[in-house]
Design a protein around this ligand. Sequence first.
Ligand code: 5GP
Ligand code: MN
Length: 336
Amino acid sequence: MMHANEIEAIKSLLASPKKIAIIPHRNPDGDAMGSTLGLYHTLLQKQHDVVVIAPNEFPDFLAWLPGSENVLVFEKNTVKCTSLLESCDLIFTLDFNALHRTGEVMEKVLSTLPTTTIMIDHHQFPDTYANYTFSDTAYGSTCQMVYDFIYALGDENLLNKTVATCLYTGIVTDSGSFRFPKTSSATHQCVADLIDRGINNSQIHNLLFDNSSYNRLLLLGKALQNLKILNEYKTSYITLSQEELDTFGHQKGDTEGIVNYGLSINGIDFTAIFIENKEEGIIKISFRSQGDFDVNQFARKHFNGGGHINAAGGKSNASLAETVQQFIRILATEKK
Ligand code: 5GP
Ligand code: MN
């Protein structure tokens, strides 16, 4: 947790009504949206004027989250969002630790603002842009950090069903439904508390995971057909071309979680998914590992990305085929 004096400073900042912007990372996932909206509903109860500004559109599978209808999208509404950012007293950045994770234009706006900024995040190697940095890689999710942050402020009475629903969402999605190694007794105690505060945990799972379109399942089928194994490197990978995405009417969020299938194979401890994005002219890559192989380092060193030891992402400007060839060449030196 933050130092007691930092918590005291934030408490006094929040003691009178403020104009507050809360920002998740670009291409926000369940943890980014859950943490920003959880904090949003908490701060609203403290009589602040609060807005969540997402860098770009969030996926449909999170559109049921309470308050998501009020989220502003910087990319779609740049002028309004910029002036809101310029006029606010306080900025929270959640689930990321480097301003470039908001995208080029928004990064430019944020990096020139003098506004007091609070970072809450669980990724490695935080940048130093924030006035108050709550960064801890021991946490499996930013949502669990926001939960502890609310308690540290002495605001646990504000953890109502709405806040708890948002926070539970990020804890479930970032922990792979409580299966990833950072899931601790503290995680389960937090979740027990959230259930006691009235969330419908089973319904949240349904909304998150049993709400697929037929096309999304067909896309998953295609991805699994494309799955390749490199036994000598205990590695697997999946590719999805823009054409394949188009064939199945790809919607934002449809590829979420597909990467994990590559790790579910016996004897495989490293996997990647390469997803072509013609519009942005890049290949978006997700990496996952089990055990000691550090995909954060791998992504940073070779694919202009980052993340955590066992889950990271990156990108490539080469073609899909060239990117995969490059990946396999790198494996020969990095993974024996
Ligand atoms: P995912 O593969 O699910 O998109 O991301 C896995 C983890 O890596 C997440 O914690 C995410 O924030 C991080 N990540 C994904 N893409 C990038 C990237 O391009 N740069 C950095 N620094 N982190 C990324
Ligand atoms: Mn997260």
